[in-house]
Design a protein around this ligand. Sequence first.
Ligand SMILES: Cc1ncc(COP(=O)(O)O)c(C=O)c1O
Length: 456
Amino acid sequence: MIYRLIMTEHVPGDARLPQRKHLVTEIPGPVSRELLARRERAVARGVSNMLPVFVTDAGGGVIVDADGNSLIDFGSGIAVVSVGNAAPRVAARVAEQAARFTHTCFMVTPYEAYVEVCEELGRRTPGTYEKRSALFNSGAEAVENAVKIARHATGRQAVVAFDHAYHGRTNLTMALTAKNMPYKDKFGPFAGEIYRMPMAYPLRWPGGREACAAEALATVKGMIHAQVGEDNVAALIIEPIQGEGGFVVPPDGFLPGLAEFCREHGIVFIADEIQTGFCRTGDWFACEHEGVVPDMITTAKGIAGGLPLAGVTGRAEIMDSVHASGLGGTYGGNPVACAAALGAIETMAAEDLAGRARRISEIMLPRLHGLAEKYPAIADVRGRGAMLAIELTRPGTLDPDQATTAAVTRACHQAGLVTLTCGTYGNVIRFLPPLVIGEDLLDQGLSILEDAFAAI
Ligand SMILES: Cc1ncc(COP(=O)(O)O)c(C=O)c1O
């Protein structure tokens, strides 16, 4: 009960904003529609919006739009504001840092906050070995650098990635990303020496869920041996729970098996924890669930409460194999972003946000399973912590049901709940609430989802 009080009444970031849903216009309202028209004349079409309400304020578990509507946030800006929007410790540190200095470039004249973030990364990421970190601006940039470093350290070129993977939108990361539309279509040619392997996707594994881990592992090993050659592989990169590809949770045994295979063959095992990291799945990092210790880990999103920051953390001997000046960038590890990260990490530790992620799953999973029992279009309920999803198919088949996915999502949006979709087939609705969301708001959001299913 004490926990419930904490969840509902002590929500970081909510001091300014009532933690409730309140709609005063249709969604989007007239002011947002006007801004949308302006947006269409000024902003490139390729940059799209999931829900075109223009935000004026956000905090805790709500987003306030330009028409005065308060929406419930089940998206966290795609798994970024885990500590809540404008979280007090983040906002205070950012303001303080911005008033002192905003940029010197760490490669020109360094500052302590960068070092402190790298120390935190070294302490918090799995593995007790000696580590080094480097900071960048975005997840894609972190992945690019992880691959650069792994190639440099091993003197090998091939990189193994997986079906349904998402690693970013830059040239190399597009090559690592699996899905063509919208991420890759006609944006090639792509970077070479990328080899794609089947993913252990329990719902869709041809041999069934039980056989999935062992069969997928054997297939991947066999394909690497036959098509690439273990000694040519610099790195294997995998999301411990796939994000954009559909919140695919590999069955127990798959990740440890891959890690062991990499160890045997001197392949750098890179865990892309850009979406799963920083308490989202109920541990600081999703790899911890099975005790997997990667050689390198990429982080971004949740690390800095909404400011652009990303990291590559890895074994000291791998990271330090790169010559001086081989890594960097003008803005990487910007002091304001580092201050935000220190505020976000402090919040996660002080508020036990990993515990809150586990509590969120305790509340959400029974409701999602209840929905699945009622609506046969829900073929799968999956995820961990506050990274949960439902996959929709035509009942009794694995045929993706994009139409129902889109209709439910639209109904949620119109009723004031921000939900996101994902998945290779566009048939997954995912839930990524801020970890500080109050239980009342969580309940309300789930009721909106249930109503949306009832209405279609
Ligand atoms: C697992 C994973 N890797 C990489 C990225 C790319 O990160 P960014 O959008 O910051 O470049 C994302 C973004 O969604 C992601 O989920």
